[in-house]
Design a protein around this ligand. Structure first.
Ligand SMILES: [Zn+2]
Length: 73
C-alpha cells in the first residue's frame, strides 16, 4: 500500500503526496518545506507536512482525495 503524506502548501491548501521524503532527511537539512505542485493552486508551492493530529476527519479525507501530481525527479 502506498504511503501518502498530508501536506499544507504556502497558501494553506491541504493535499497529499507520495513523494515527500519525510523519513529520509535529517531535520532541517533541506529547510522546513519542499516545492510540490499544489493541486489547488496549480503551481509549485513550498509545502510542509501537515500536523494530522490537528485536522478534522473531513479535512484529512479531503486532503487524501486531493493528491499532488507526481513529477519526475
Ligand atoms: Zn495551494
Amino acid at each position: 500500500m502506498e504511503q501518502r503524506t498530508v501536506v499544507r502548501c504556502a497558501e494553506g491548501h491541504l493535499f497529499s503526496t507520495a513523494t515527500f521524503p519525510m523519513q529520509n532527511l535529517g531535520a532541517g537539512r533541506l529547510g522546513p518545506g519542499r516545492l510540490i505542485r499544489c493541486p489547488r493552486c496549480g503551481r509549485l508551492r513550498s509545502s510542509v507536512p501537515a500536523d494530522v493530529g490537528e485536522l478534522s476527519g473531513v479535512q484529512l479525507a479531503r486532503a487524501l482525495e486531493s493528491a499532488a501530481a507526481e513529477f519526475p525527479v
